[in-house]
Design a protein around this ligand. Structure first.
Ligand SMILES: [Zn+2]
Length: 289
């Protein structure tokens, strides 16, 4: 089997959930599973390098028969072999390698055949709502933590010290929700963050952040993805124009087009003080169209 020399074209950044495609390679995996590569896909893959937004679910329809997509993962190939997820041995941009979207099925499909790729659009919408809310919540968090910085650090697009950038450990996007874990350790203190007496202040900070989030939802702030190219690893920037400024960060996920699509976005905190682990849970309610 020869694998493709060009990366998979992806349509999910444009909000697409269904698309016709051609099967260009099939690779047998362990446990009776197969990786299906297509020339293009609407399926958002999980990226083990930063697994914030999980894979889309859905089906691939081949010759009228639906095949369930069991998983969808970033892969990479040097033309001779295909590596999937954590097994990818090279960084993006390595000469001679291309990155692809691997759709994991328990049946092989015929190379060269035309298929219809159909994602679960409701799940996608929930993940997009969770992802947009996650990035906006981080901006509210940065803003309410501003008084706790006593040294200059890089600021976000709204001019707030970028706590999220400095302290984020893991981020997981759920349906209309997200969970972000921050590390408040020695290195953050050295950078000038004062974590003293944070615990008793958390309810107040959450209330302040939620007031900000409510004002941004009220303002129906527009959200766009700036897309440099059609390939899965082409750079994409998440841009949100808020009243206090415009945030622009690299993001490989999917999003809603406006904060006006929410009824509300709210955060809450839990704090494990002895190990310095601050967890922010974001919950969004989306307006019914
Ligand atoms: Zn993102």
């Amino acid at each position: 089997m020869y694998f493709p020399g060009t990366q998979t074209e992806v349509s999910y950044p444009h909000g697409v959930t269904a698309e016709a495609a051609s099967v260009i390679a099939v690779s047998e995996l362990e446990h009776g599973r197969f990786a299906i590569l297509t020339d293009r896909t609407p399926f958002h893959p999980i990226d083990p390098r930063w697994p914030d937004q999980g894979p889309d679910q859905g089906i691939i329809v081949a010759e009228g028969l639906p095949f369930e997509v069991l998983d969808c993962v970033i892969g990479a190939t040097d033309g001779a072999d295909l590596f999937i997820g954590k097994d990818i041995p090279v960084r993006r941009g390595t000469a001679g390698w291309v990155f692809v979207v691997a759709h994991i099925l328990d049946e092989p499909l015929v190379v060269g055949s035309s298929v219809d790729m159909v994602c679960d659009a409701e799940r996608r919408h929930g993940l997009s709502a969770g992802h947009t809310a996650c990035h906006v919540a981080a901006l509210a968090l940065n803003r309410v933590l501003t008084p706790r910085w006593n040294k200059e650090i890089p600021v976000d697009g709204l001019g707030s010290p970028d706590f999220d950038q400095e302290a984020l450990d893991t981020s997981r996007i759920g349906i209309n929700s997200a969970v972000d874990v921050y590390r408040l350790g020695k290195s953050l203190r050295k950078k000038g963050f004062n974590a003293d007496d944070l615990y008793p202040e958390l309810l107040t900070l959450a209330a302040e952040a939620n007031d900000l989030l409510a004002s941004w939802v009220e303002a129906a702030a527009p959200v766009t993805l700036e897309i440099e190219g059609p390939g899965v690893t082409d750079k994409r920037m998440w841009v949100c124009e808020l009243p206090q400024g415009t945030q622009r960060i690299p993001c490989g996920g999917t999003h809603l087009g406006s904060l006006g699509q929410y009824e509300k976005i709210e955060i809450s905190f839990s704090y494990d003080e002895p190990i310095g682990k601050l967890t922010m849970r974001t919950a969004a309610t989306v307006l019914v169209a």
